[in-house]
Structure formats: C-alpha cells, structure tokens
Design a protein around this ligand. Sequence first.
Ligand code: ZN
Length: 128
Amino acid sequence: MPYRRLDRFRRDYPQLAGYVQELEAVLERGSSDALEPALLAQQLGVDEGLALSLLMAFQDAGILAPRYDVYCPSDEFIASFPSLAEIPSRVYCPFDDLEHERDECTIQLVFVPLHSRDATQRTASTRS
Ligand SMILES: [Zn+2]
C-alpha cells in the first residue's frame, strides 16, 4: 500500500516513484528493522546519495526516523542515539568496561520505521 504522505514527493520527483515503491515494499515486508543507506543502495541498484535522499524523504513523511548506532573500536555495538548531537564525547562500552572517545568509535546512520518499538533507543545488553 503506498503511503499517502509520500504523494507530494512522488509528484515532485516522478522519476523516483519506482524507487519509492520499492522502498515501500521493503518496509511492508518488515524484514529489516534498520535500513542502512549503503545496503539499500545495493538493493535498489542506485548510488548511496540517492538511497539517502529516498530515506530522508520517508523521514520527512514521518515514516522513518534516523538513528545513529555507535560501535566500539572492536566492532561491538554499544548504543544508539536519535541524533549526532546527542552522542557524548565519551561513550561507555560494556564490552571493554571503559569509556571510548567518540572519535574512536564507528558511527553508522540507519533509518528505522517509526512504529517500531525501539525506533530511537537501543542499548547494548550488558554482560551478566
Ligand atoms: Zn569497546
């Protein structure tokens, strides 16, 4: 089912309507809870810039929300934040039991469906 909230985008960018439809189909299948721009680009066979524009159009329509996932230098997921501004300069890592400098960490932008339970918050489960 097409999202009515994207009608304007579809009208403004008719050449992208096919990709909008494909992204809607991806969301409908609900197979991925977080969409990575690079992976979506591969999936749609477009460049990453276009994939990002599509994701942002869905964000503007209130369908997706951005999420910044922070990974430890040893590639463990630490935490996620709703915006870059909210990522502290030092992030506590439960895997190494210390704080990493934000600059040492890998920050991955993903987009999550807004109806998803943990759209903007996700934390690493601490080891027991
Ligand atoms: Zn760590």
